[in-house]
Design a protein around this ligand. Structure first.
Ligand code: ZN
Ligand code: ZN
Length: 268
């Protein structure tokens, strides 16, 4: 009996100190590390996250952290305003994404969705080197009343059936919850495409043409809303590679709707 009481008391002490398991490695989150606890991960896992910092951004448009030939000279009215990513896609982050997508490690859903908040905050800050009288920085100096919506890059029906979920949709749902914005399933993928990873930038762009369409109901709703207030739409995806997916999503949206498109990806 005393053994049982002792065990219950130690459980109580553990719970009262707010200790719990890391959502990535299952290690214990030490008491007093509440800041790390927000993502539900331990100090070791948190220290291994290669966050992209504002000071590193070299390309104001796509948020690249090195010279950017993709955006130089590309200016189109149908384009996204800018895109930001939370982390660099290094080996560790590739492991996290693979565990989430292919091993269905569900606990990563809230961790990775929560990490998008970093990219969301990067959107709100003027990129380094932008002076206040630059056109770009004017957007930040006097941000007009806007309504924010969150949407996501869709999977094909085949891929969704194979995997059981769309990681971009799940991460988008988490971000929408955190920023208090509605999640809108605006885009549809109208055909299945082979994996893009082995393709060149030109092949990716060609492969993307006509790939997405708008959900009619969501589009009408957004068009009505846009008559009353400026809309900022965040398009969520897991990884930004060449920007061809984000560009094509933006083109399809901007073709029909007077909204500003901002990209947010977990990694790049
Ligand atoms: Zn951990
Ligand atoms: Zn760029």
């Amino acid at each position: 009996m005393t053994g049982l009481i002792g065990w219950l008391r130690s459980c109580e002490r553990l719970l009262s100190r707010g200790e719990r398991c890391c959502q990535v490695c299952a290690g214990r989150i030490m008491a007093g590390k509440r800041r790390l606890g927000m993502l539900g991960i331990c100090q070791g896992c948190a220290e291994g996250i290669p966050w992209i910092h504002l000071s590193e951004l070299t390309c104001a448009r796509c948020g690249r952290y090195e010279r950017c030939p993709d955006c130089e000279g590309s200016s189109s009215a149908a384009s996204f305003v800018q895109s930001r990513s939370a982390v660099r896609y290094n080996e560790r982050m590739k492991e996290w994404l693979a565990a989430y997508k292919y091993q269905r490690k569900e606990s990563l859903r809230t961790v990775m969705g929560g990490m998008l908040l970093h990219a969301y905050h990067l959107h709100k800050l003027p990129p380094p080197g932008q002076r206040l009288h630059d056109g770009l920085s004017d957007r930040f100096a006097s941000i007009p009343a806007v309504r924010e919506y969150v949407t996501f890059v869709p999977l094909s029906a085949e891929r969704c059936a194979e995997r059981g979920f769309n990681q971009a949709e799940q991460m988008a749902a988490e971000l929408a919850r955190l920023i208090g914005a509605p999640l809108l399933p605006l885009l549809r993928r109208n055909r299945h495409t082979e994996r893009q990873s082995s393709k060149s930038r030109h092949e990716r762009i060609e492969n993307m043409k006509g790939l997405f369409e708008l959900d009619a109901y969501a589009a009408i709703m957004l068009a009505e809303e846009a008559k009353r207030i400026k809309i900022r739409l965040y398009v969520i995806d897991d990884v930004y590679t060449t920007g061809s997916t984000m560009s094509e999503c933006s083109r399809v949206i901007r073709e029909s709707l007077p909204v500003e498109v901002y990209g947010i990806t977990w990694a790049r």
